[in-house]
Write a protein that binds this ligand. Structure first.
Ligand code: UDX
Length: 461
């Protein structure tokens, strides 16, 4: 098939690369020339496990064609996937400018029978508006519009896009919906081939499947066919529910801190209830990234716009954003007071990515620096992106190595649970500190072992 994918972010570029690997001719369109140039050279412009290999294959085979030109990109397309960014707008809702611009730009050039598939996270009602735009732009063309939200996680974008938990397709054209289910089944059938060719994905896949994340059942069992509005809501509600679990765990951690309970033990017990489950109940610095904060805020805005009470969602958001300040208070409770020196391990919003959008780790560095501490921070992947989004300040500097984080520090905080930090032999680093104190803000280190080396604390454990 001729396929066009608009937007080359985590969702769009991963999908483009996989579709081209499956043998389809894929035009991936973006409006940023530097991004298109990098993809033309056979690589991704952001870090994502296994993606470079796939992009290189797509470019070398000639199946993946990056372009800035909408006409070239969509004129022959049977399918047009929409995966442009939907950032937070000034009012807290999603800014849909890019979505509607992309829809209008593509609508000018599509042929009869083209199917639009919305993959970005958008508020309910976006599809209806998009269809009006297409009709107004190109009144005579026959088209179908579907919503098929993407649920991939950064850091495992490739694997999540190959083996999806569920495939949701909303709209009112059953034949078109079936085409999308078939396309994703075709991608899933490549799982073994891709994981064999890309050892690092293979390694991750083994862990992933052993962790029990992988569901049994046939592909058909995972296909969810809905109306347009339901599909739009499924994505936003999934993210907000997961965010709710995280804020719940962080709220419980604060209770544990008061009574000497251990939040990991509590959540292990709670999570064994099959109706609840253990995932996303890990207390820590809170959620960040390009999705959860924006999507929870977006749901609050669109719920309020509909005249429905959104206070439950608001609490989830507020508790999350206050978690960084809660950690600053915990640090003060350890008698580590400004202007002492604090080293921070980790800047990315979670391990496995260089993304620092709304990163709790970066926000923590800023907050500590503004409270008067002398802060140095590092990360295995995210220093460059952090420097752009969170520039160095008087009391806040980036350093390249773990050694520099510990040197002369009065306290070190683990802020992003990268495997290299989880597995570090801390006894080798402690001697370089001025005062041996450590705060595990991701609750991922062995308290007993750490207490042998440091004055140690963490969240609710
Ligand atoms: C999320 C959704 O998981 C994905 O389905 C959707 O398509 C996009 O948003 P992502 O933002 O990549 O994916 O990250 P995810 O792994 O879900 O983590 C989100 C944030 O929550 C991270 O900051 C992570 O550190 C935090 N988190 C997650 C916790 O603090 N505790 C947990 O138990 C789980």
């Amino acid at each position: 098939m001729n396929i066009s994918v608009i937007g080359t972010g985590y969702v769009g570029l991963t999908l483009s690369a996989l579709l081209s690997k499956a043998g389809h001719k894929v035009h991936c369109i973006d409006v940023v020339p530097e991004k298109i140039e990098t993809i033309k050279q056979g690589k991704s412009y952001f870090y994502e496990l296994g993606l470079d290999n796939l992009v290189k294959f797509g470019i070398d085979s000639g199946n993946l064609i990056p372009t800035l030109d909408y006409e070239e990109g969509v004129k022959d397309a049977d399918l047009v996937f929409l995966s442009v960014g939907t950032p937070s707008g000034e009012d807290g809702g999603w800014d849909l400018t890019y979505v509607y611009d992309a829809v209008a730009s593509a609508a000018k050039y599509i042929k009869d029978g083209t199917i639009f598939i919305q993959r970005s996270t958008v508020p309910v009602g976006t599809g209806k508006r998009a269809m009006v735009i297409i009709k107004e732009t190109n009144p005579d063309v026959k088209f179908t519009y579907l919503s098929s939200p993407e649920f991939l996680r950064e850091g495992s974008a490739v694997l999540d896009s190959i083996i999806q938990d569920r495939i949701v397709v909303g709209g009112d054209n059953d034949e078109a919906k079936q085409k999308i289910f078939d396309l994703f089944e075709e991608i899933e059938r490549m799982a073994d081939k891709i994981t064999e060719e890309t050892p690092e994905i293979h390694e991750y896949a083994c862990t992933y499947i052993m962790n029990g994340d992988h569901k049994e059942g046939t592909f058909k069992d995972k296909c969810v066919s809905t109306c347009l509005e339901s599909a739009e809501l499924i994505k936003v509600c999934s993210n907000t529910f997961l965010a709710t679990k995280i804020s719940f765990a962080n709220n419980v951690a604060r209770v544990c801190d008061q009574v000497g309970a251990n939040v990991n033990e509590v959540m292990n017990g709670v999570g064994l209830d099959r109706r609840i489950g253990r995932s996303f109940l890990y207390a820590g610095l809170g959620f960040g990234g390009g999705c959860f904060p924006k999507d929870v805020k977006g749901l609050i805005r669109s719920t309020e716009d509909l005249g429905v009470d959104a206070s439950l969602f608001q609490q989830v958001y507020d508790l999350n954003m206050s978690q960084v300040e809660y950690v600053v208070e915990q640090v003060k409770d350890m008698d580590i007071l400004p202007p002492t020196r604090i080293g921070v391990l980790g800047l990315a919003f979670k391990p496995g990515t260089s993304d620092v959008r709304v990163s709790p780790a970066c926000r923590l560095c800023q907050s500590l620096a503004r409270a008067g501490y002398d802060v140095v921070a590092t990360d295995p992947q995210a220093i460059e992106e952090s420097k752009k989004d969170y520039p160095e300040e008087k009391n806040f500097k980036y350093v390249e190595t773990t050694e520099e984080v510990f040197k002369d520090a009065d306290l070190v905080i683990l802020a992003t649970e990268w495997p290299e930090y989880k597995n570090l032999d801390y006894s080798k680093y402690a001697d370089a500190m001025k005062n041996k104190a450590f705060f595990d803000a991701r609750n991922c280190l062995d308290r007993k072992k750490m207490e042998e080396i440091f004055k140690f604390d963490n969240l609710g454990a």
